[in-house]
Ligand binder design. Structure first.
Ligand code: GLA
Length: 400
């Protein structure tokens, strides 16, 4: 009897271990590139290889970008046994060969599927094939899975995402698991043990401040998505991030808007997934995406999401606690005309309930560094006076 108990306990323990997400992945917000925002369904192996090449030659890999993620529409058909295969015309060499190539560049490969019968683009989804698909991904050498939520009628989100987590775990290859159910079922409340990041909103739209209404669904501009992050910061941290969607930097907004977008995603400790054509980037786009000091704000090891401190006349002030008692502070001008900043540090006393950190420039003097101009702006002993152009930011780091 005692023996039976021991065996049963050991069996149950092994089940528990089995049903956990891969730990120690994404301890800082994942960085990479995804095909969707720029290329939609128009994906093929040449594009993915070329983007991998560009990731390396542009210096983006060395700046921290790691994952090349193929979004929707890579799929071909399932075979007689139910295993999925890539579209033969678009990926004639197969996924394993592509993954080998991407790995040989020092990068990682991501792929996309959906919890329903079909993906949002109408390709085969993973419903009923989760374990088979996870096995295929492991065989191919996939490192990251974005898992969408179209065509999931009758499914419970937590259960569906748990099934795929368990399938990935059973397949044995560590995979960053990116939940993409648009925040419909508040994944921040239940997904911490399931995935490494979860989308908090519907899809981003390549616009600073607008809403694109498709009738049954909407796409959101950068500011709209930013506003939807309210109250979510308490749920983010190393290994489990709020994902305000992939970036539109380089896809047509102005340089100042792109700079504001990149800065705010960094203040949010958001995954930094580029969505532009890395093969043809103008210098300004490159410089935004590879600003290492801004990336360091995003990837700060404390993993604390920033917060809005003040908002007045379209000018917002955001704070993000960083390691070594440093802070990032971002002045965001939501309006289209320049805004004067006159910020008297000595009158501020910022106390963050979530991280239990305090910023008190009355007691401590901080050095101020402008992370875009890459120069010192003095210390917090005197008020900061500056002009922030329309749809732009002033992003500074304060160090003791
Ligand atoms: C959904 C997702 C997008 C993208 C498309 C692909 O809309 O939210 O990010 O993956 O599907 O069809």
């Amino acid at each position: 009897m005692k023996m039976l108990f021991v065996v049963l306990t050991a069996f149950l323990c092994s089940l528990t271990v089995q049903s956990q997400k891969f730990e120690n992945l994404a301890l800082t917000p994942p960085m990479g590139w995804n095909s969707w925002n720029k290329f939609g369904c128009d994906v093929n192996e040449k594009l993915i290889r070329d983007v991998g090449d560009a990731m390396v030659s542009s210096g983006m890999r060395d700046a921290g970008y790691q994952y090349i993620v193929i979004d929707d529409c890579w799929h071909g058909k399932r075979d007689d046994r139910g295993f999925i295969h890539p579209d033969r015309d678009r990926f004639p060499s197969g996924m394993k060969t592509l993954a080998d190539y991407i790995h040989s560049q020092g990068l990682k490969l991501g792929i996309y599927s959906d919890a329903g019968d079909k993906t949002c683009g109408g390709r085969p989804g993973s419903r009923g094939h989760e374990y088979q698909d996870a096995l295929s991904y492991a065989e191919w050498g996939i490192d990251y899975l974005k898992y969408d939520w179209c065509n999931t009628e009758g499914l419970r989100a937590e259960g569906a995402y748990t099934t795929m987590r368990d399938a990935l775990r059973a397949a044995g290859r560590p995979v960053v698991f990116s939940l993409c159910e648009w925040g419909n079922n508040k994944p921040w409340e239940w997904a911490k043990t399931i995935g490494h990041l979860w989308r908090t909103t519907g899809d981003i739209y390549n616009c600073f401040d607008c809403v694109q209404d498709h009738g049954t669904w909407k796409q959101w501009g950068m500011l709209q998505i930013l506003d939807m992050q309210k109250d979510l910061r308490v749920h983010a941290g190393p290994g489990h991030w709020n994902d305000p969607d992939m970036m539109e930097v380089g896809n047509g907004m102005s340089d100042s808007e792109d700079r504001a977008h990149f800065s705010m995603w960094s203040m949010l400790a958001a995954p930094l997934i580029a969505g532009n054509d890395l093969r043809n980037m103008k210098q300004q786009t490159h410089d935004i995406l590879t600003n290492r000091e801004v990336i360091a704000v995003d990837r700060d090891s404390l993993g604390i999401q920033g917060f809005k401190y003040t908002a007045k006349d379209g000018l917002e002030t955001w704070f993000k606690p960083l390691k070594d008692d440093s802070w990032a502070v971002c002045f965001l001008n939501r309006g289209s005309v320049p805004h004067q900043v006159d910020f008297d540090w000595k009158k501020q006393m910022v106390s963050d309930d979530v991280s239990k950190r305090e910023f008190d420039p009355r007691r401590t003097s901080y050095q101020i560094r402008d992370l875009w101009l890459k120069k010192s702006l003095g210390t917090t002993e005197i008020p900061l006076k500056a002009t922030v152009p329309g749809h732009d930011v002033l992003l500074v780091q304060l160090s003791r």
